[in-house]
Design a protein around this ligand. Structure first.
Ligand SMILES: *Cc1c(COP(=O)(O)O)cnc(C)c1O
Length: 296
């Protein structure tokens, strides 16, 4: 098992003709390079939960996710690395063929427990797991400790160099942490990956303990919904890789980078604006695409 490799994190300045033409400087914080499985933001969101579980002498960590959940895979690998038993409560009945994400999670030693979509929605914990020996982490690492961990993402760049921070949003845990870590003059822009998830605002506000933050959530770049895509997105991801050498995933970061190309095109930023985009990882998710669609 490889360790988390923080030395790999870099801040890459993009030399894209469009950005140069518009006078906007865009950099990417490469969290995707820290580990092949505990990718990107997931380790940061998990770190304080893992510490807490250790302090409480728990042996087993239980968490929740769908068949394609990066959080499930990251938790599986983090449990193995830290000597915990990992259990994943997975949404839906057990399919005939497990997704690559679930197969990999199993290979990392995670035990998978499948529940009906109805029970999953109600966050029902199967009776055999519902006891004090287990440490529970919400779906996606949502919660205060998750946001506190995500706040430490920005320790890996020189924050003063940026006017805006951009990131992809699922549960809103990462963006809440980023908002907590920035100064009031910096704006954090979140691109929601779910269709019409207007509850995201409430989730973020909850994690900010209702302290006001300078942020904006944009709901226009989900490409039809969570983990949905169109050939336009895949073409963009290939073009982005050719232009920058940076691989992206079709569920989160591909849509994030696409969104910022559009925002720059539409003159959303004044010349001189310096933007940091968080590459939150997620590249393992591309394994669900047909081989050959992506050039990386
Ligand atoms: C999980 C994930 C996100 C979303 O993070 P939230 O804290 O749930 O908003 C963003 N990008 C990638 C690559 C992810 O795997």
């Amino acid at each position: 098992m490889t360790d988390i490799n923080f030395n790999n994190i870099s801040v890459d300045i993009l030399t894209v003709p469009l950005f140069i033409e518009k006078g906007v400087e865009i950099s990417v914080l490469r969290l995707d390079k820290i580990h092949p499985l505990i990718s990107g933001n997931k380790w940061f969101k998990l770190r304080y939960y893992l510490e807490e579980a250790k302090q409480q002498n728990k042996k087993t960590i239980v968490t929740f996710g769908g068949a394609w959940s990066n959080h499930i895979l990251a938790t599986a690998a983090a449990c193995k690395m830290n000597g915990f038993n990992g259990i994943g409560i997975i949404r839906g009945e057990k399919p005939a063929n497990l997704s690559p994400t679930l197969l990999q999670s199993q290979a990392e030693g995670m035990q998978l427990v499948f529940t009906s979509r109805d029970d999953y929605r109600k966050k029902k914990i199967p009776a055999e797991l519902d006891n004090d020996n287990n440490y529970f982490i919400n779906e996606g690492g949502f919660g205060n400790s998750g946001a506190a961990g995500a706040a430490t993402i920005l320790n890996y760049c020189d924050l003063n160099k940026f006017d805006k921070i951009g990131c992809a949003c699922g549960t809103g845990t990462m963006i809440a942490g980023l908002i907590r870590a920035t100064i009031p003059s910096q704006q954090v822009i979140g691109i929601s990956m779910l269709k019409n998830n207007f509850d995201l605002e409430k989730s973020v506000q909850l994690l900010l303990n209702n302290v006001e933050g300078n942020y904006q959530l944009i709901h226009d770049y989900h490409f039809g919904g969570y983990a949905k895509y169109k050939s336009e997105l895949i073409d963009f991801m290939n073009m982005f890789y050719l232009q920058t050498g940076i691989p992206s995933d079709f569920v989160y970061t591909g849509k994030l980078f696409y969104a910022f190309y559009q925002l720059v095109k539409n003159n959303s930023f004044i010349p001189g604006c310096r933007i940091l985009l968080i590459h939150s990882g997620g590249l393992t998710g591309n394994s669900s695409l047909e081989k050959g669609m992506l050039i990386f």
